[in-house]
Design a protein around this ligand. Sequence first.
Ligand SMILES: *Cc1c(COP(=O)(O)O)cnc(C)c1O
Length: 392
Amino acid sequence: MLFDQQFLRIPGPTPIPPSVERAMSQPMIGHRGIETSELLQSIKPRLNKVFGTKQDVLIVAGSGTAGLEAAVVNSVRPLDEVLVIVTGAFGVRFAKICEAYGIHVHRMDYEWGKAFNPEEVTRYLEQYPEIKVVFATYCETSTGVLNPIDQLGAIVREVSDALVIVDGVSCVGGVETKMDEWQIDIVVTGSQKAFMLPAGLTFISVSERAWNVIESNPNRGFYFDLTKYQNNYEKDTTPFTPAISLLFGLEQVLNLLEAEGLEEVYARHQLMMDMTRAAFRALNIPLLTEDKDASPTVTAVQPDDFDAELFRKTIKSQFGLSVAGGQEHLKGKIFRVGHMGFCSPADVLQTIAMMEIGMNRIGKEVQLGAGVAAAQQIYVKKGRENKCQFKF
Ligand SMILES: *Cc1c(COP(=O)(O)O)cnc(C)c1O
């Protein structure tokens, strides 16, 4: 096998574009100097478009979970009642963060693989008017579900003043997000998924309504106190040393997203989802989610006649192709193919071709090429001109 080659098709971390890698290897600069301020000035207004907000998008050094914890500790006080909508492992994580702070958690649990129903959320809120915050996951990475976040804010407002806080870690940047229009109060994402960077940055944007709650909260912690980040951001600086190399990379990521155009970026993710799903359908291998709930960034597959773990091991050793396994009770039962960030329809075709061979190797009867052909058909029908440009 060719050394030094791998195909990283897990739902994060995701591959990093060569130009972003190079941007990150620039010499270090002083975090209180003019260079860092200029870097932040260049990044700030461009992040707003990705989040669909007029609010500042704050940058905190930490993984995605740090952003989730920051959202919790700033906007909720111990003993407050909150509702966590749980559609998979990352909903569970939100609930656990709240519980760690002594917050009174109501949970609405949905079957893993299904999206939540916004109307049921309203009914729940009518029953429990004390609830101050609703937590939800946009893309539930553990199941490949894209939840109806576009409807959640408006429907919650009809019955409640609760803030709506969304974990968008595995899709913001690859899927349209309109924080203001959708009346979402806090959106959190991380750097290592659709943002095509290494882990280490988390992005948080906060609505006016949420700022009012945060500013009146006496205990916002220390490192995660978002008012510190906001005050510094206005002066093009950060309260603590930022992850400067990642900011260099982020600037280049924004260049790439803008060169392609956000609409095109979102269409590409949609297309990669359609191609992936068509391939497994053609191979008669069940998908975990229905079309209407499917995420453009990750697809969960639930094979019924071969061993998902043996399959993953085989494609890893055969090709250096990594796909993710299942989490919690879905461990061993599903595998998850990431198609986000620095990933193209051409990569999807290659990934499917490799997976077909992997299935063949472990004795699953597949007609080689059937999945690839189905994905090609989708591409021929829906694929747009790639306007592929090499600028390495
Ligand atoms: C990856 C991910 C996170 C954050 O995980 P970290 O390992 O802390 O970066 C949070 N939520 C979702 C939905 C994710 O996919």
